[in-house]
Design a protein around this ligand. Sequence first.
Ligand code: URA
Length: 437
Amino acid sequence: MNILEMIEKKREKQELNQKEIEFFVEGYTNGTIMDYQAAALVMAIFIHGMTKEETTNLTLAMAKSGEILDLSSLHKIIVDKHSTGGVGDKVSLVLLPLVASCGVPVAKMSGRGLGFTGGTVDKLESIPGYQTSIGINNFVQNVEKIGISMISQTLNLAPADKKLYSLRDSIACVESIPLIASSIMSKKIASGAQKIVIDVTVGKGAFMQNMAEAKELAKEMIAIGKLAGRETVCVLTNMDEPLGKAVGNLLEVEEAIKALKGDLSEDLEAVVLELGSYMLKLANVEKNLEKAKELLRRNIENGKAYHKFLELIQNQGGDISYLSDFENFERAKYIEPVYSQQEGYIYEMNAKQIGKLASHLGAGRIRKEDKIDKTVGIVLLKKVGDEVQKGEVLAYVHANHIQHIETAKEELTRIIKMGKEKPKKIATILAIENDGK
Ligand code: URA
């Protein structure tokens, strides 16, 4: 077999067979296929797409490129959750302790943020003492002991995806449906999930810019899940504006704690309850989705969800006394308001632009090696559809460098778009895709 023939085949819109795809994944993972050859093949795939069979073969080959986690010792249905990425997305911090408090075991390996999107691991690490690298035995023991563990990817899971994802990122080939579907599903299969709930974000701050693309991606992942024996549900959610109010690591932890105590913004609550109700359903805890939502609400109101969060943090070395009072939280040196220059209604807050701005303040990383500043970010006081008076505070900028303040304020004033008419509110939950069960 020859990589040049494969590139030529794909360039000419022909289909690659299973053996060829396995040859490519193995060769690229072990370094016998070079970056420039892989880049040429990926670009041909990006332009011409892949058949369903090719996408499934790519997923399974990438899943098998490293270790496969076996969680069968837990003797429970493991339901995993994934998001295609967003801005202000603190859903895992709220949702996972919440579903764990309802009896769904949570064994979650999360990623770090890259570019304008945030990552759960960076948020967890902004809590003093919290260990995200605890080794696989401790990870499984924690799930057995308290029903939840959240760690960074310690295992060598789907290394082919890791390499291919960085390559795609560096050659402008991320937004491809077969490549995203195989990337996500290979990781989920390798991480031992039996059932999978995926938050497919749609809009200005997401890889999928419209519903048609998002539905196609969802259908592709559901089909792969079916072939691999992993029931998959996709919840399509709006990511035109950031989710909730805070964008930035410790600021999002603060918002997540408030949410776990019952103070949730409308959009965050909608996403948490929708994903949570499907997780409870797939785990056979509550088949009726409305009753599942009631159970989730109840566990927020009675404090069980917050208690489970504290158990998770303490069990992994985090300082829960620090979390008991927001006065303890380290703050950025400068916290400055952004005032509205006019009265009217907010009709746009581009999530990607706000994510990039937060990243520029130090909340995210442009390159993998960059260090995160956990205290900086943006807190929105208003959301799309809100009426605003001239001079009202729209948002706060949290920064540690004086030179960032004025530019961030100017940028936010430009990003937050206002008009005279009240805009039509876009629903947070846009659609559900499953395999019809
Ligand atoms: N998230 C992933 O894990 N992979 C992609 O390709 C895109 C989003």
